[in-house]
Design a protein around this ligand. Structure first.
Ligand SMILES: *[C@@H]1O[C@H](CO)[C@@H](O)[C@H](O)[C@H]1NC(C)=O
Ligand SMILES: *[C@@H]1O[C@H](CO)[C@@H](O)[C@H](O)[C@H]1NC(C)=O
Ligand SMILES: *[C@@H]1O[C@H](CO)[C@@H](O)[C@H](O)[C@H]1NC(C)=O
Length: 277
């Protein structure tokens, strides 16, 4: 699981907190391995996670800056839908209650996500498709800053998600409260048209904490609670752009929400899997 932790640092380092506010009760993280029949459960520890071994998924409460946050963050596993035809979907939510603190308003506090556990560490050319549907509603009762996104990691080395040769790919579907990607100040490196029904601006920059380059695509028109597509098209667009080749490995893949502050509930239903050739 360590790759997830490093990955969190990779997305979590837009800025370094200037102070750490004493706040959350940091408890030993729960690591649970269970089946999708598991009853609904709230994961509230800073790296609590739940592997659903009979699905492609892990549910992860990655509250990596709990120490610098005033408040709490939980990720809830609700249930898995298994339709008679078609792919499984997971129903989950992210419950943030993090106070706005001016000094850390630009510091990401964490990432709540559903990550893939199956068919990773294969090359793009070995992947047939990455079908996904992501439906969400956000209800916030104070100003919220954060996004709804996919986050993948690739490398020319199988399994590598931590060295500076690894690359982090983010596809932002929606973002609020003024969140900006790493590399924003350098301007967009490219415009990618006709992908998932819109155009995307590509931003690139190194996360100085990890040495990993982050490639973020922001839609010209944001998605308002619903997205579906084959994420292999996203990877192929980056191959065309020259970010990497078809022979690169997809080592990590997940869908989630990054958050900075706010009292908010994201309720989501996600389908996400890698289908190999
Ligand atoms: C999780 O439990 C399943 C079923 O008992 C088992 O096959 C699998 O190896 C376990 N995985 C881990 C990471 O312990
Ligand atoms: C929810 O968050 C958005 C973005 O920060 C903000 O514009 C809106 O006012 C918030 N809603 C409430 C009820 O505070
Ligand atoms: C979101 O899910 C929670 C359970 O986690 C539920 O209590 C709440 O009513 C849901 N909100 C919406 C807007 O569906």
């Amino acid at each position: 699981m360590s790759s997830f932790l490093v990955k969190a640092l990779a997305i979590g380092a837009l800025a370094v907190p200037t102070f750490a506010a004493p706040s959350s009760i940091v408890k030993k993280s729960q690591i649970i391995n269970t089946s999708a029949k598991q009853a609904a459960i709230d994961l509230c520890g800073t790296s609590d996670n739940l592997v659903l071994y009979d699905t492609p998924w892990i549910v992860y409460n990655m509250f990596y800056d709990a120490a610098g946050s005033v408040g709490t963050q939980c990720t809830r596993y609700d249930h898995v839908e298994t339709p008679a035809t078609g792919n499984k979907k997971i129903v989950w939510s992210s419950e943030t209650n993090i106070e706005y603190v001016k000094a850390t308003d630009n510091v990401p506090k964490g990432y709540a996500f559903v990550g893939l556990t199956k068919n990773l560490e294969t090359t793009i050319s070995g992947i047939n498709s990455i079908p996904t549907t992501y439906d969400w509603t956000r209800t916030n009762t104070t100003a919220f800053k954060g996004n709804v996104c996919y986050d993948f990691m690739t490398s020319d080395t199988k399994g590598d998600s931590t060295s500076s040769d690894a690359q982090e790919l983010m596809l932002w579907l929606q973002y609020e409260g003024g969140q900006l990607p790493i590399g924003w100040t350098d301007g967009a490196k490219a415009t990618i048209d006709n992908l998932f029904g819109t155009s995307w601006k590509l931003y690139e920059g190194k996360n100085d904490d990890t040495g990993i380059t982050v490639h973020t695509m922001m839609p010209v028109k944001q998605f308002e609670g619903s997205f579906s597509g084959d994420l292999k098209e996203w990877l192929e667009a980056l191959v065309q752009h020259g970010t990497f080749k078809d022979s690169t490995y997809v080592n990590v893949g997940n869908a989630g929400t990054e958050y900075f502050y706010g009292k908010s509930n994201l309720n989501a239903t996600l389908g996400l899997q890698i289908d190999l050739k």
